[in-house]
Design a protein around this ligand. Sequence first.
Ligand code: FAD
Length: 431
Amino acid sequence: MDRQEVEILAIGAGPANLALAVAVEELAGPELAAQTLIIEQHDDILWQRGMLLPWTQSQVSFLKDLVTLRNPRSEFSFLNYLHSIGRLDEFINLGSFTPYRLEISGYLQWVAESLRDVRIEYGKRCVSVDPVVSDDGGVHHWSVRTADGGQIICRTLVIGTGRDPHIPTEFGALPRNRIIHSTEYASRATALDPDGAHRILVVGGAQSAAEMFWAAYQGFPNAQVTMVMRSIGLNTYESSKFTNELFYPSFVDEFHAALPEAKEQLLREMHRTNYAGLAPGMLETLYREMYQQRLLGVERLHMITMTEVTGARLDGDEVVVSLTDRKTRRTRELRCDVVLLGTGFVRDMPKLIRELAAAAGVSGATVDRNYRMNLPPSYTAGCYLQGVNEATHGIADSLLSVLAIRAQEIVYDLLAHRKPAPAPALALRTS
Ligand SMILES: Cc1cc2nc3c(=O)[nH]c(=O)nc-3n(C[C@H](O)[C@H](O)[C@H](O)COP(=O)(O)OP(=O)(O)OC[C@H]3O[C@@H](n4cnc5c(N)ncnc54)[C@H](O)[C@@H]3O)c2cc1C
């Protein structure tokens, strides 16, 4: 069995842990950086691989890359990436602050390849994390198991695995080949016959659902594509420059210190800045296309609003979805071949973190201001959680906007906690 020991283990090579890797190299020095390992379940790095469609753009400025807000002189900036691949002139000429998702994705892979000391191991999926109880009764190390049977012992963990996809229970009875969550769209939609006369149902009313609606319409020219949503209709996301200030990394302090009712108001009022809306260009494109179809009398795009999916079953070769109109509570059935879920992500902590909290004997995973998990006093082994602390650190927590500064806060905090720990016992006891 493959077994190794490192000082810092970061799980997931998404933007959050790549920002951390750069911060470790730039702020903590080569010795600690060489003792830092990132494991990534895939064989490469792709940003939002399920929705990495060629025409999709990032919704935040390229200046909110992995480093610039922390260190504008860093060599790991998005601009340096463009310079290194010879596309800086063209990007400037495009005159846009929001790069294509493909460009952000290329940038992330470039950062990963440009790291000097921090290592990344690909094709390693973490399946469990356990505290290692040492002879003095304290927990100074974690034991991480990977799907390939490997074990990694570390003193500090940083979990940046994103959030778990939300599959509404109504779809629980359908076979897996009939539902595609947005996180899998790019890889699994290709299994459908491109010329097939599919009846495709898209569930959801926000950006990912709208993108799948458009991608399915374009990718399957003989398909009928229907979108069903609870809301009164598609809307753009809220983009006021005034409320956008709440995405500043400096706002995290204010949010963290706010009263519970103020936090609730902030999250409620900020909801449409991130979750419930579409980019204006997408909205215009969809509306114009549907208008033209009506004009020509050849409708392939359909929208059902104010409607809930209340059940789904397989009948022969067809998926039968029960739809309940929220205006009348009347229910009807809709038959289709495949369901695309733009239903977002589970709000709770990811399963891996919930299991870790349970193994550490704490009820619920919570972090302090510096993202360090609150663990029993006997723990000197630290665990930092990235991207899952919206409830305590604000709406920007899952976004690129705060990554550069958050990585710095985590690195400074883990340096402050660094004390020599007893070496892990050869025969490890995990609680
Ligand atoms: C479609 C879509 C578009 C978005 N667009 C924007 C945008 O324009 N701007 C913005 O700021 N934010 C956007 N976001 C939010 C997005 O969450 C962040 O941009 C960013 O990707 C968060 O980075 P992360 O590293 O926390 O998580 P992720 O990007 O989700 O990365 C997590 C990584 O961990 C890996 N991983 C997961 N589980 C394991 C495991 N058990 N073992 C090993 N590896 C594992 C994954 O393969 C992945 O590489 C978007 C989100 C979606 C879904």
